[in-house]
Design a protein around this ligand. Structure first.
Ligand SMILES: [Cu+2]
Length: 166
């Protein structure tokens, strides 16, 4: 049966409008509170250290959607220091040296891996085992300020045949 009174249906309409208003505010609020860049990663790993060595190497591929950003450093609760290294040919020999930042653009991922740009980890806060996951943090400078990307890196067994260096 239809209601003869206008007030219950009017109340219903007002409630519906109020609900829509809340939904609209949430839609606007979510993107506004976030940065204009989307960061992501793949292929994150840390090599199982060789013997008793207090250092190891690792890598990750980083991607950005949006404005260019700069990778300023990588850290972890598991390692005392992580350096970003690049490889270049000098006097006929491959040399590695620390770098303070890498640029990351939509059309150019940062690929850190064995034989190229890579990560070097020094000083184990706790021992790591093959197959487990360690937490890394990649810190970026963006136009909207600093952004930190949390990374889960898998500990890989050392492959003696393929990786004579790192
Ligand atoms: Cu290195």
């Amino acid at each position: 049966m239809l209601s003869v009174s206008g007030s219950p249906s009017l109340r219903g309409i007002m409630l519906a409008r109020f609900t829509m208003l809340i939904a609209a505010c949430q839609d606007v609020a979510a993107p506004a509170g976030r940065n204009s860049v989307e960061l992501s990663y793949t292929d994150a790993y840390v090599m199982q250290p060789i013997g008793d060595r207090d250092m190891t190497a690792g890598g990750v591929t980083l991607s950005v959607t949006g404005d260019p950003v700069r990778l300023k450093g990588v850290s972890s609760p598991v390692f005392e220091v992580i350096e970003m290294h690049t490889m270049s040919m000098q006097d006929g020999r491959m040399q590695m040296r620390p770098v303070t930042e890498f640029e990351l653009r939509e059309d150019q991922d940062i690929r850190m891996t064995s034989g190229g740009d890579h990560l070097m980890m020094f000083g184990f806060v706790e021992p790591i085992e093959t197959g487990e996951t360690v937490e890394l943090f990649a810190d970026f400078a963006t136009d909207d300020g600093p952004v930190r990307l949390r990374i889960e890196a898998v500990v890989r067994a050392y492959d003696h045949g393929r990786h004579s260096g790192h």
